[in-house]
Design a protein around this ligand. Structure first.
Ligand code: SF4
Length: 217
């Protein structure tokens, strides 16, 4: 019970405090293109191991050329590479975009599945991407655990886990379902701006009093 009260207070404070920060990649994409599952999926795949500040303009450049699986497949791998080359692992990501587009066309009738097991069968799609698509594209309760969610949830002391997979399981036990989807967006912004990986800005943190500061040195 105490944990639920703490979580609700954290959510309420972060909802207010994060308004001043720039939108995340997926917020930017949804603002511009709506809740399009394919667009959310490919932007999430592009963002893996890359910062939002790099991924946002590159995603938008790619979306100017292609917004559907058919349009992605019309581009050659070298054309995609040319558009996304400033992003980390761009060669591999270009291949992933092609493979995923083909799978969606061939195996899923041109529709991104709204089902976690099927999403996980797509090339290059892990739980983080699958949960993001489930929550933000389809509004199906899911907790997307990326590095920020994993790090901050542990620093807060509401869970104690070693892997993102364990974090997802433990968070689902303590966060009421109606908050699962928003947990990611709020903690991503907090992780990008305040609870950063090295030297978190605890003296500027609105949730400091609720935090156990379990910070690994
Ligand atoms: S108090 Fe420090 S460790 Fe805790 S959430 Fe805030 S910045 Fe992160």
């Amino acid at each position: 019970m105490k944990k639920i009260i703490t979580i609700k207070k954290i959510l309420s404070l972060l909802s207010k405090e994060t308004k001043k920060f720039s939108p995340t990649l997926i917020e930017t994409i949804i603002q511009k293109y709506g809740k399009n599952p394919f667009i959310i999926l490919i932007c999430c795949l592009l963002s893996l191991r890359s910062k939002d500040v790099v991924t946002i303009p590159i995603s938008q450049n790619l979306l100017k050329k292609a917004k559907t699986p058919q349009q992605i497949l019309k581009l050659s791998l070298s054309q995609i590479e040319k558009i996304i080359f400033k992003i980390g692992f761009y060669r591999n990501k270009a291949k992933v975009l092609h493979k995923v587009s083909k799978e969606i066309l061939d195996r899923f009738n041109n529709k991104v599945p709204a089902n976690i097991e099927q999403l996980l069968k797509l090339h290059g799609v892990g739980r983080k991407t699958a949960n993001l698509v489930m929550g933000l594209a389809y509004n199906i309760p899911s907790i997307c655990v990326d590095i920020h969610v994993h790090r901050i949830s542990n620093r807060l002391g509401i869970i104690k886990t070693k892997t993102p997979e364990q974090t997802e399981i433990e968070l689902k036990k303590i966060i009421p379902k109606k908050y699962w989807i928003i947990w990611n967006g709020l903690l991503v912004k907090w992780g990008q701006n305040i609870c950063i990986s090295i030297k978190p800005k605890c003296n500027q943190c609105a949730i400091e009093k609720l935090c156990n500061k379990v910070i690994k040195k």
